[in-house]
Design a protein around this ligand. Structure first.
Ligand code: PLP
Length: 433
């Protein structure tokens, strides 16, 4: 079946959208450019499933790019949101729910004593960089190739996922001066970081890292990499920023820092903490956060920040994540899926890597594990493109780019996991025939 066949309503809606929305999408990866063909328009999503406007049903492995950790439209989250909405959508003033959600996060992440809510991961990382610069009086930041930290100018350098997909690692419109102080290093290459710091350590305000990279597929940190970054930051007086927008409350209660027991100076959160609403945050020690307005000289604000509806969604979602063996169950499901996909590929002699952690997983069509962005680029993206459409045809909604991680929720049960593995086997079979 070709990309657009039988998707008449999607095709019509996409044509209309392109008239009034740039590229027909509100975020580039949704345009399906990396896999070719037109995007499928979604009508609704419930539990582990997503339904398109042409009446098709899919098992969802995107989960709104991470937030949907308890499945779509979980009744408890919807109820909390509706209840909050009835009392007003946004006050532009303090509300009790802000303190409630902040207290849950602070209780879960030892490195955060105080936080500030913002509306997107981009705002969180942008503010973290500003804070690091304010606190250290230094200008430079180190980021890793293939790590995506949102679309703030200074961080749109060698970013992964959407930027890689579109072949624009450096965006037009980002001035040379905006990225002059952004130094890029290969992920998992501690020696390269040490060498940069030897040259200009006294100018480096922060090292920003996705502790598990999820924007060049799924790339785990090498043993000792994150601790090495912590040690180097301590040696040079730079701040360590963990961008846990994706991994926060996704790979473990709190985030990846709780698994490896490393305390960054600043943590960025988003996605799961808003349960599908636009909520994000950055936080750190009380002393460091005193730099932030109104206590200190670093300005940062937001009309809709900490709005009661987003807070309610976050509180309800994290409440569900706290129950029982939530992360153990989630991790088992993701691992079964990652293992099943890998052995399905192996049955057809297809070189494929897979990995998972908590509710996050990834595959890579490559003959060795992906360690960095070069490996991610070396993957067989044409094979991924074919796999994507074959899986979609069989009712599995994958991220429309080989540079993206996948996500399972607590309502992806045994049945869904097995159905995805069977679909993959059928796909590989037809791709190899
Ligand atoms: N940081 C990471 C690790 C992300 O994965 C993303 C988005 O996917 C962001 C930051 C930016 O978040 P947002 O899209 O909410 O601006």
């Amino acid at each position: 079946m070709s990309a657009g066949e039988d998707r008449s309503r999607s095709a019509v809606l996409f044509a209309r959208a392109q008239e009034v929305i740039v590229g027909g999408v509100s975020s580039p990866v949704r345009a399906f450019r990396a896999v070719g063909g037109d995007p499928v328009f979604v009508e609704r999503a419930e539990g582990a499933r997503i339904y398109d406007v042409d009446g098709r049903e899919y098992i969802d492995l995107v989960g709104s790019w991470g937030p949907a950790i308890v499945g779509h439209a979980h009744p408890k989250v919807v109820e909390a949101v509706c209840e909050a909405a009835e009392s007003g959508l946004s006050f532009g003033a303090c509300c009790a729910a802000e303190e409630e959600l902040a207290a849950i996060i602070v209780g879960a992440i030892p490195s955060i004593e105080v936080l500030r809510f913002v509306n997107s991961g981009t705002e969180a990382t942008m503010s973290a960089v500003r804070l690091a610069r304010a606190a250290t009086g230094r200008d430079k930041v180190i980021k890793f190739q293939g790590c995506y930290h949102g679309h703030a100018d200074a961080l749109l350098v060698s970013a992964g996922s959407g930027a890689s997909t579109l072949g624009t690692p450096d965006s037009a419109g980002v001035t040379a001066s905006a990225v002059r102080d952004t130094l890029q290093v290969s992920y998992n290459d501690l020696e390269a970081v040490a060498s940069v710091l030897t040259r200009c350590g006294k100018d480096v305000a922060a090292i920003l890292v996705e502790p598990v990279a999820g924007n060049m597929g799924f790339v785990a940190p090498a043993d000792g990499f994150l601790q090495g970054l912590r040690d180097l930051c301590d040696e040079y007086g730079s701040l360590l920023v963990f961008d846990e927008v994706m991994t926060g409350f996704r790979v473990a209660w709190g985030g990846f820092q709780n698994i490896v027991n490393i305390k960054p100076d600043i943590t960025c959160l988003g996605k799961v903490i808003g349960g599908g609403m636009p909520v994000a945050a950055y936080g750190g020690s009380r002393e460091l956060m005193q730099q932030v307005s109104p206590l200190g000289p670093m300005y940062q604000a937001g009309t809709l920040s900490g709005n009661p509806v987003g807070m309610a969604a976050g509180i309800a979602t994290l409440g569900l994540c706290q129950s029982g063996a939530f992360y153990e169950d989630l991790g088992r499901r993701a691992a079964t899926l990652a293992g099943g996909l890998k052995s399905a590929a192996a049955d057809y002699d297809i070189a494929m890597q897979s990995g998972s952690l908590g509710g996050m997983l990834g595959i890579a069509f490559l003959d060795h594990p992906v360690r960095d962005f070069k490996d991610a680029q070396a993957c067989d993206h044409e094979l991924f493109r074919r796999f994507f459409w074959e899986m979609l045809r069989r009712g599995v909604w994958l991220p429309p780019s080989g540079y993206e991680a996948m996500f399972v929720s607590c309502v992806h049960g045994e049945q869904e996991i097995q159905a995805i593995i069977e679909a993959a086997m059928a796909c590989f079979g037809s791709m190899c025939s």
